[in-house]
Design a protein around this ligand. Structure first.
Ligand SMILES: [Zn+2]
Length: 459
């Protein structure tokens, strides 16, 4: 027995009922749901026709919903450390390691994490900490910060006999730096469990669409009670649909619903995915000046263009604190020389994209007096991903607010944004990230000290 395993205290079914999530669990008992036949099913109480119809309904409901994670714990195993996640049903998982910082990544289909708030914060063996959350639409991820070099020895799912819960175990084995480095090569990523369903290589440029705020962080609030987080999410979704319809760009969102995602996590998502562009969407508000209106495009800089930009960046940067998740600035904000050089080059790309976007947007919307500005937004700090932040307008302006809520206006704006993104990449030959290879290649990968420390993604 693992020595440090803590027992899961709540009975599994009771815990799911407690969080109102029994329906996904019902799939466990359905004939079609589990791949592993270890669940014992009494099949005598009800007539079989009635039972199969009920089971089918339950399993259809379950298939629609993500698996629920209700427990997670680390324990010692002979070769190193095991992370066990308790799930409502089996999922396909793959895990791999990445260097600088050293971490193990577990990719999952969408999982509804209902873990206690302290989960992932305690150091145990090879696990310094871990965090988890929605990584992209339909995809969840657990990121384990490693206390020392380790490789993924095994990923397995088993069924717990007493209640049918699925136990997903990720075994980390101590390794030397050499072995770790070999395992961390991007070309040799995964130990897969189950049939391989990996996408064929997709060389299209990858754009991360970042809808500001979310969950417990509403962002700015309009006089009529409308939240910035909802407005910008609608626009972000519209942009994603446009890009997907165009077929030339791959798209991921940092959040695909009303969920809080810390600022550093948004940056991390873009960097881990090796994105080619990051577009953050926000809306501003100045209640003292309801006549002020128009959109502004920001790129990152330590020195703000003006006091108003600095004030805005400060306020947007407080999103984590507003959600009770402030991580502080962290050691990673002190850039190395290499990082500094990369950042400078990346900011050149950011500025070029901002100019193109400005050209497109000024045809369809009111722009502010100085429509391209710079400020120290935390989400614009990826050293190697060109990044812009668009403030679509002011919730404090009646005219802007009416437009922000208009489907017709949104359609025009997202069409122009998508056009600017496609044009930004159109000149790139060959396509898909080649222009950034010198920055992202293995020889020039950046130190990412800022990524240490727990930063759970609040589901
Ligand atoms: Zn905002």
């Amino acid at each position: 027995m693992p020595t440090r395993a803590r027992p899961i205290r709540l009975p599994f079914r009771a815990a799911l009922v407690a969080v109102g999530l029994l329906a996904p669990f019902a799939g466990l008992a359905a004939p079609s749901a589990p791949e592993r036949p270890a669940v014992e099913r009494p099949n005598s109480e009800r007539p079989s026709s009635e039972r199969s119809s009920l089971d089918r309904q339950a399993s259809e409901r379950a298939a629609d919903r993500p698996a629920v994670a209700i427990g997670a714990e680390t324990s010692a195993v002979p070769e190193g450390t095991r992370l066990t996640v308790v799930l409502s049903r089996p999922v396909e998982a793959r895990a791999f390691v990445m260097e600088r910082p050293d971490r193990a990544i577990v990719d999952l289909p969408e999982v509804n994490f209902q873990l206690p708030p302290e989960a992932g914060r305690k150091r145990d063996g090879l696990v310094a900490s871990y965090r988890y959350g929605l990584f992209a639409p339909g995809r969840s991820r657990i990121v384990i910060d490693l206390a020392q070099a380790a490789t993924v020895a095994r990923v397995a799912t088993t069924t717990r006999p007493r209640d049918g819960a699925t136990l997903l175990t990720i075994d980390l084995a101590r390794s030397d730096r050499e072995a770790f480095r070999r395992a961390a090569q991007p070309a040799a990523p995964a130990r897969a469990e189950g049939p391989s369903t990996r996408d064929p290589v997709d060389s299209r440029p990858l754009v991360i669409v970042d809808a500001g705020h979310g969950g417990i962080d509403p962002g700015a609030i309009a006089g009529n009670g409308v939240y910035e987080k909802d407005i910008v999410f609608g626009v972000a979704q519209g942009l994603v649909q446009r890009l997907e319809a165009g077929g030339r760009i791959r798209v991921q969102m940092t959040r695909d619903r009303d969920v809080f995602v810390p600022l550093a996590e948004r940056v991390r998502i873009a960097r881990d995915a090796r994105a080619d562009l990051f577009v953050s969407i926000h809306a501003d508000s100045i209640s003292a000046a309801p006549q002020v209106r128009g959109a502004t495009i920001y790129t990152g800089s330590e020195k703000a263009t003006d006091a108003e930009s600095a004030r805005l960046a400060d306020r947007e940067n407080k999103a984590d604190a507003a959600a009770g998740a402030d991580q502080g600035d962290g050691p990673g904000d002190v850039a190395t020389i290499l990082q500094e050089l990369t950042l400078r080059e990346t900011r050149g790309f950011s500025a070029r994209f901002a100019q193109g976007l400005l050209t497109n947007l000024s045809g369809v919307m009111e722009m502010s007096v100085k429509p391209h500005r710079e400020a120290g937004f935390r989400v614009l700090r990826s050293p190697d991903v060109p990044s812009v932040l668009v403030e679509l307008g002011y919730l404090s302006s009646k005219r802007d607010l009416d437009l922000l809520l208009s489907d017709e206006w949104r359609a025009k704006v997202t069409a122009q944004m998508a056009g600017a993104i496609e044009r930004f990449f159109a000149g790139r030959v060959p396509p898909a990230g080649q222009a950034m290879t010198a920055l992202n290649g293995d020889g020039l990968r950046m130190t990412r000290a800022a990524e240490h420390g727990p930063a759970p993604v609040s589901p």
